[in-house]
Design a protein around this ligand. Structure first.
Ligand SMILES: Nc1nc2c(c(=O)[nH]1)N[C@H]1C(S)=C(S)[C@@H](COP(=O)(O)O)O[C@H]1N2
Ligand SMILES: [Mo]
Length: 528
């Protein structure tokens, strides 16, 4: 026979158990946050577990997350982790009412999960275990103490005792509130310390005066910017520039202590550069459109900026590197960031005369932290994941046979030149427009090849030439517009571009994995 009375006692006391668990879990995270603020903000348990989840998530799920949550995907991930932790903590709290030691030990086990995640991060240091350890100890202690207050004190009848349940409700709630309050203070202090740690980096960015380019950007022809409301501006402002990376905490690198190491096969003598050494070299300034391989047809993950940087080919030549076509042994350049990301580009592409660079400036200011301060790599014509390393700290010359970088280990292609694509910016999908003349407009891009033609089709009608805005360079996107005489009803507008090699953008739809999406952008509109 199940002991019904003890079951009832337990369920009526599930709430103090769950409360004890929640407060203990919160204390654990807050103490971890405080320790991370002292040690390294990137080593907080939610951040390291989130990092592991990001690294382990299969490409289709990641694609789904990016599609569904866009650039809030990281926030959603962290909230998800917190929700799971809250549920587990409540469970442990209820369990702790029966097995006080077991419940507290459960929290320690979760601490071990945090420790495991922390040491597995590519940028982990030995102190990174501390936040999870300190958090787990604090959480276990809190649960031990609160669980003790949530069960009746045997044989003690005190004036405050709850007659019905035989435990001191007021004492329990007071302890829980005091613990939660102390934890909140610890958490806030941790966040504050984490912010302080980034101050050196912020000061180094504020104090950075970018030199004038030795080779300024070629003058932009008049007429690259069409006067069409709703079209993407030719230059994407930094604040609006898309951001795609795996960093849950944006690295704050102090430019004064930053170094770039160039080493590996064919590098006669490994060299390390300071930022001042790089800035003392002749800089180039170029307009380059950067595109993400995960940008769905019609998607938002591309932008065009004016970049200032050190020509990469010259730097490599100085280190003795030769491209494979000139007898060099290394065919892959692996860039590594301070947070352990690795991106591999073909050495041949980097050294074929295009404006591959180590960028320090973006639209007239030092790189924003989100976009790789102090230095990032850019190779026109390649998707970001095979070229655009942010927060770069080293460049290794190796071979494609010898090393697979981060995304290649996760089923993405080793080589990924940007595909010819076009997008309708206006009208927006499912827009309602008035019958009569409607301006359809957008952008088209085929970096390194340029855009020579854009056509628009209404429903299954004939392809009609759009008007092209002026082309800046083959490395930038090109605006286009089409005057449509819209008749009432539902219509589908489709766009296709032709690149400088004469290749027409294919109709064949592919997924973003492994080497970027193909297919044509369509927009469904209702004309009234
Ligand atoms: N360190 C680091 N660099 C990175 C990434 C990253 O996750 N970490 N993501 C790459 C990808 S996939 C793209 S598309 C570009 C995006 O650059 P942006 O965020 O400045 O637009 O950065 C690239 N560089
Ligand atoms: Mo990307």
């Amino acid at each position: 026979m199940p002991d019904v009375s003890s079951f009832r006692t337990l369920s009526s006391r599930a709430w103090p158990g769950a409360t004890a668990g929640l407060v203990a879990g919160f204390s654990a995270l807050a103490m971890a946050e405080l320790t991370a603020g002292l040690v390294r903000p990137e080593a907080g348990p939610v951040t390291v577990v989130g990092g592991v989840v990001i690294d382990r998530t299969p490409a289709p799920v990641k694609d789904f997350a990016i599609r569904t949550f866009g650039e809030s995907d990281k926030t959603v991930l962290q909230l998800g982790i917190l929700a799971v932790l809250a549920l587990i903590a409540m469970g442990l709290g209820v369990a702790a009412l029966r097995h006080r030691t077991g419940g507290a030990a459960g929290i320690l086990v979760f601490g071990l999960v945090g420790v495991g995640a922390a040491v597995s991060r590519p940028d982990a240091g030995p102190l990174d275990v501390l936040p999870s350890v300190a958090g787990a100890l604090a959480g276990a202690a809190a649960l031990w103490m609160l669980a003790g207050r949530a069960v009746p004190a045997r044989g003690v009848v005190s004036p405050g005792n709850d007659g019905e349940q035989g435990w001191n409700r007021r004492a329990f709630l007071t302890s829980a509130a005091v613990t939660a309050g102390a934890a909140a203070c610890a958490g806030v202090l941790g966040r504050f310390l984490a912010g302080q740690r980034g101050q050196g980096a912020v000061a180094s960015r504020d104090g950075l005066a970018l030199p004038a380019p030795a080779s300024p950007a070629p003058s932009v022809p008049a007429g690259v910017q069409l006067k069409v409301p709703g079209i993407s501006p030719f230059v994407t402002p930094n604040r609006e520039f898309y951001r795609v990376d795996t960093a849950l905490v944006v690295p704050k690198v102090d430019a004064r202590t930053w170094r770039l190491r160039i080493h590996g096969e064919g590098v006669a003598r490994a060299r390390t550069y300071t930022l001042d050494e790089l800035l003392a070299r002749p800089l180039i300034e170029r307009d380059i459109t950067l595109t993400c391989v995960s940008n769905e047809v019609g998607g938002p993950y591309l932008g065009n900026a004016r970049w200032l940087g050190v020509p990469l080919a010259g730097l490599l030549e100085e280190c003795g590197v030769r491209p494979p076509s000139k007898g060099g042994g290394a065919d892959q350049l692996v860039a590594r960031s301070v947070d352990g990301m690795t991106l591999g580009s073909p050495v041949e592409d980097v050294m074929d005369g295009r404006d591959a660079m180590l960028a320090v400036g973006m639209n007239g200011e030092p790189l924003p932290f989100d976009h790789g301060f102090p230095v990032r790599m850019l190779v026109p014509g390649l998707y970001g994941y095979v070229s655009a390393c942010k927060w770069i700290e080293s460049i290794e010359l190796t071979t494609f046979a010898a090393y697979d970088p981060y995304w290649v280990k996760r089923k993405w292609a080793r080589r990924a030149p940007v595909k010819t694509q076009s997008r309708i910016d206006t009208p927006k999908p499912f827009a309602r427009v008035a019958a009569g003349p409607v301006t359809v407009a957008g952008v088209a891009w085929a970096q390194r090849r340029g855009i020579t033609r854009v056509e628009v089709r209404v429903d299954e009608g004939p392809w009609r030439d759009a008007d092209l805005a002026a082309q800046d360079t083959v490395d930038t996107w090109r605006q286009w517009s089409y005057r449509w005489n819209a008749a009432p009803g539902s219509h589908t507008l489709t766009v296709r571009a032709t690149d400088g090699t004469g290749q027409v953008q294919t109709e064949r739809r592919t997924r973003t994995v492994p080497d970027g999406p193909s297919g044509r952008h369509s927009v469904f509109v209702t004309v009234t």
